[in-house]
Design a protein around this ligand. Sequence first.
Ligand code: NAD
Length: 430
Amino acid sequence: MASDKTAHFQNETDSSESSASNLLESTRKVIKEALEKLGYPDEVYELLKDSLRMLKVRIPVRMDDGSVKVFTGYRAQHNDAVGPTKGGVRFHPNVTEDEVNALAIWMSIKAGIVDLPYGGGKGGIVCDPREMSFRELENLSRGYVRAISQFVGPTKDIPAPDIFTNSQIMAWMMDEYSRIDEFNNPGFITGKPIVLGGSHGRETATAKGVTICIEEAAKKRGLEIKDSRVVIQGFGNAGSYLAKFLHEAGAKVVGISDAYGALYDPEGLDINYLLDRRDSFGTVTTLFKNTITNKELLELDCDILVPAAVQNQITKENAHNIKADIIVEAANGPTTIEATKILTERGKLIVPDVLASSGGVTVSYFEWVQNNQGYYWSEEEVEEKLRKVMTKAFETIYNTAQTRNVDMRLAAYMVGVRKMAEAARYRGWV
Ligand code: NAD
């Protein structure tokens, strides 16, 4: 299907019940530690370690050959103490209930970090969109909305795009929900095409948010962006826009990579040339002979390293060899817990995924606000508001790390979980 999301998510969705339960367990571990540091009793952890609600649905879809295939889908609502839940819907053959659960918890943390009036939600359908026709995908998207329609809504739970879902799928879902509801309801879902109430700046929001975090981190280290050398792993939606923004800001992007290899030039790569030639799956290195490996890329001499591809890239095996002073995680979970410890001990500044990649959900929130008020902002207004939100979140987490003497990841979880825990306490739930 014509999705911007690519086929290269194997690591993040690498099947598997066991990988999903690891994700869930490690997320729970940091939440527990964050709540303990904040002095909350165990019952708060008991409440937050799982989604409040998890819906499993079966979706019959008439396929192009006339047969009916029944797909399994999920929608998790982690916690709605702060406000409606919010999070993407992924279409992938390896979707599991544990994965959807863990990702809903992550969304709660992200919403807390950027101080949105939401809790976390997430959805998924077990399917392979690469093997489905446009019409089958439309039927599946509409069937999913019919199956979850009583569970979601603009003031209950607001879906968005995720892996292998895009603005077209959001448009079908919005249309189906509006039909059921019998009035036009753009605030039901975000990540829509602009003509249907999508927001300017949504497509580039994640990369813009990462760029803002890089600028803030550079200030802390007395580094000028225009004098900096940057390495970016991954040249997809997040990595390629990020390379563009940093290149425009005068940084030297000395290394980039995709799933097949990496390119390095100590004098700085020609980013505009690479952007012109990358395909919609974020692949460009296959056009070149002189490539290096992704492993070599991560250990290059540079000031700023941005993993923007898949999880588990910086581990205890290579953490000692990382030369960058600042590591900004655009990807989800690129650094293991052991590697975080090693890098922190080596004095590196890590901007964790839950902070660095929260630009997407922030602009999704702006889209929802614009839909609710029926008044739309320019790209400049969106960017200005995003900058305000991201710089405040960065500063709060940086200060928490300093004053509580914890690493940036734990600080981010402490900031992310606090509002939800407080809201649950005021409501009398714990
Ligand atoms: P994408 O699919 O558009 O691009 C992924 C890039 O990583 C491609 O260039 C691909 O070739 C490369 N890649 C895949 N496997 C690799 C491997 N093993 N080694 C090196 N490179 C590899 O994805 P994206 O939307 O840019 O997302 C990248 C990461 O950022 C993911 O972890 C995603 O969860 C996270 N993220 C993205 C967004 C967003 O809005 N796009 C938001 C939040 C988090």
